[in-house]
Design a protein around this ligand. Structure first.
Ligand code: BEZ
Length: 198
């Protein structure tokens, strides 16, 4: 799928005087950073829920058989827990490439677990992007995840690693847990060499 948001993201935020920026992670960034950071702290953002509504043609699936990965969907009053990373601006070159399949950077306000706040950036894949799949039943989403695999590994491993990481933070997510509970038995080997980083 030929949609590359790298160039768009470069124009979206100018880091100007900022020497360090907080990044909010709510998906694979929780269990696999893959980039250097200065500090890492549990945090949350409000007004959004985590949803397996974004297609993955490049990491956990293929163009022929896309997997599903998380994005954020707006929901009034909701809180989404994750992990915040304090990073240098140049790390966004790496992230823009890694998340080029439909994600755009947005500004947000973080709340750390001690109650303090900070401005941050977050990658969100909204319904306008070409890889967006949107809602489906838990059974349908879990079935697609169970069958998909890509250069970053099996889609089911992404789901279970995210569920385990959230549980480890004490922040179990009902949507993620419902999908784990719907996964069919694990029988498929990883057919990719799993050389990528997400
Ligand atoms: C994350 O792990 O928070 C993340 C999700 C989607 C795109 C980029 C990062």
């Amino acid at each position: 799928m030929d949609i590359d948001t790298t160039a768009v993201n470069r124009l979206r935020q100018r880091f100007g005087e900022h020497e360090q920026i907080w990044l909010f992670g709510y998906g694979s960034l929780i269990f696999k950073a893959g980039f250097p950071y200065l500090e890492r702290k549990q945090a949350s953002i409000t007004g959004h829920v985590r949803r397996f509504w974004q297609g993955s043609h490049d990491h956990r699936g293929t163009p022929e058989f896309p997997g599903r990965v998380v994005t954020l969907a707006p929901q009034a009053g909701a809180t989404c827990s994750g992990m915040a990373y304090l990073i240098l601006p140049e790390v966004f070159d790496y992230l823009d490439h890694r998340e080029k399949n439909g994600y755009l950077r947005f500004s947000t306000t973080l709340t750390f677990d001690d109650g303090s706040n900070a401005q941050a950036l977050v990658y969100i894949a909204d319904p306008d992007n070409a890889a967006y799949l949107g809602p489906a039943t838990d059974t349908a989403i879990a079935g697609q995840i169970a069958a998909a695999s890509g250069p970053s590994g099996r889609n089911r491993d992404y789901l279970t690693e995210l569920a385990d990481a959230l549980a480890g933070l004490g922040k179990t997510d009902p949507h993620v847990q419902a999908l784990v509970d719907c996964l069919p038995p694990d029988s498929s080997p990883d057919t990719f060499n799993n050389t990528d980083s997400r």
